[in-house]
Design a protein around this ligand. Structure first.
Ligand SMILES: *Cc1c(COP(=O)(O)O)cnc(C)c1O
Length: 398
């Protein structure tokens, strides 16, 4: 039984995270059921005909829709305050489908340079192969946006805060320029999560997530989500997804529903730990730079305050002594794990220049501030004193 939409909309966000989209079966289970089924059966041939001719709204095949995945999508809509949502197998499936479904050969797309490596690959390698022309700009420079958006444009793609530089791009300002050029604005909201930043309220049209990150947040499974208007999700995205098949598995939807139930609690504590770690790192010898949007030294600190509810879960810093010392620091950690994932309950550290961003030419890495001494720390939910002690001992031994 689905709960009435108006009732769900009247709930406060914390209630929506726990109960949004809940659709109990006849068995009255407490927790959402996993509908592990690829297909659905019909009582008569006429029912199948009606389903395929869109005369009735029902489940046909799990590449199109599935009850557990629907619950995840409905809960995401409530949390994001978005009219519609489509879940995908991974975050990259969400990024690709969100753009591929609405561009065609001859179209122009503009993206910011400081984005997740695979997103940049889609913008600069895959879309151009299909005849889509991409312009890459420095997301912080509104003049570059203005120049690029003088031409009619189909789509704008932004990641803010960016990975790993933690640049904050002005979503409202870029959306205004993009809309004047006829573009739909897609925001990769992974670093902020729906708890900290609501791009649709700032003027964006479409929000994409890697649910693998904070939404699961416990290192268990992959997933993605695309949110936007009903017209976009139903008429543009749905046919693209239905026929290309990047759908989320019911099991992963169930894991992610459990993740959403504690998302706000976890994000709030992650942010407290990250702010604490950033302040601690700022006072340490042996580092040349600490970047966290919550630090007053961050160049877009004021914008971050306006655009986000808190400053996020990731801190980056440069160790004095280049790659060699950065590696010694990583190898000296006893608690914090070396891993390229982020947004996890476990604190994770990575060296972007040799891992997530190793594919980029050295000059592009330099333009993004990804030096050989840069370390990215995703601050987990362990006791902050243990995190700080581990950082201090690893830095001392490096
Ligand atoms: C991880 C990540 C992605 C890709 O998500 P997957 O679930 O790994 O496919 C996209 N954008 C950002 C900002 C990410 O951190």
């Amino acid at each position: 039984m689905k709960i009435d939409k108006d009732i769900q909309n009247s709930w406060r966000p914390k209630t929506q995270m726990v109960r949004g989209g809940l659709n109990r079966s006849e068995f009255g289970e407490t927790s959402e059921a996993i509908f592990a089924t690829s297909g659905y059966v019909y009582g008569a041939a006429e029912e199948a005909e009606d389903a395929f001719k869109d005369r009735v709204d029902r489940f046909i095949y799990s590449r199109f829709s599935n009850p557990t995945v629907d619950m995840f999508q409905d809960r995401m809509c409530l949390i994001e305050n978005a009219p519609a949502c489509r879940a995908t197998a991974t975050g990259m499936a969400a990024v690709f489908a969100s753009m591929a479904c609405m561009v065609k050969a001859g179209d122009h797309v503009v993206g910011s340079r400081a984005v997740f490596g695979s997103c940049l690959y889609i913008l600069t390698e895959i879309l151009p192969r299909y005849g889509v022309e991409t312009t890459i700009v420095d997301g912080l420079d509104l003049n570059q946006w203005e120049d690029a958006l003088r031409r009619p444009t189909a789509c704008v793609f932004i990641e803010t805060p960016s990975n790993p530089g933690l640049d904050i791009i002005d979503i409202a300002a870029v959306s205004e320029l993009a809309h004047a050029a006829g573009a739909k604005v897609v925001i990769d909201n992974v670093f902020a999560s729906p708890v900290l930043q609501k791009p649709l309220e700032l003027g964006a049209d479409i929000v994409v997530y890697s649910a693998t990150k904070h939404i699961d947040g416990q290192g268990r499974c992959m997933g993605g989500a695309i949110l936007g208007s009903e017209d976009y999700c139903d008429n543009v995205l749905k046919p693209f997804m239905r026929h290309t098949g990047p759908s989320m598995s019911p099991f992963n939807a169930w894991v992610l529903l459990k993740g959403l139930e504690t998302l706000e609690l976890r994000i709030e504590q992650h942010c407290r730990n990250a702010a604490n770690a950033a302040a601690f790192l700022s006072g340490l010898d042996g580092l040349t730079r600490v970047v966290y949007p919550g630090l007053e030294s961050h160049p877009q600190h004021e914008l971050a305050k306006r655009q986000m509810k808190d400053f996020g879960t990731v801190v980056t810093f440069d160790v004095d002594g280049g790659k060699e010392r950065a590696f010694r620091f990583l190898n000296g950690l006893r608690l914090i794990d070396i891993s390229n994932n982020l947004g996890d309950t476990k604190s994770l550290v990575t060296h972007p220049a040799t891992t997530t961003h190793q594919r980029l030419p050295a000059e592009d890495r330099a333009a993004l501030g990804i030096s050989d001494s840069l370390v990215r720390l995703s601050v987990g939910l362990e006791d902050i004193e243990d995190i700080k002690e581990d950082i201090a001992q690893a830095l001392a031994s490096a």
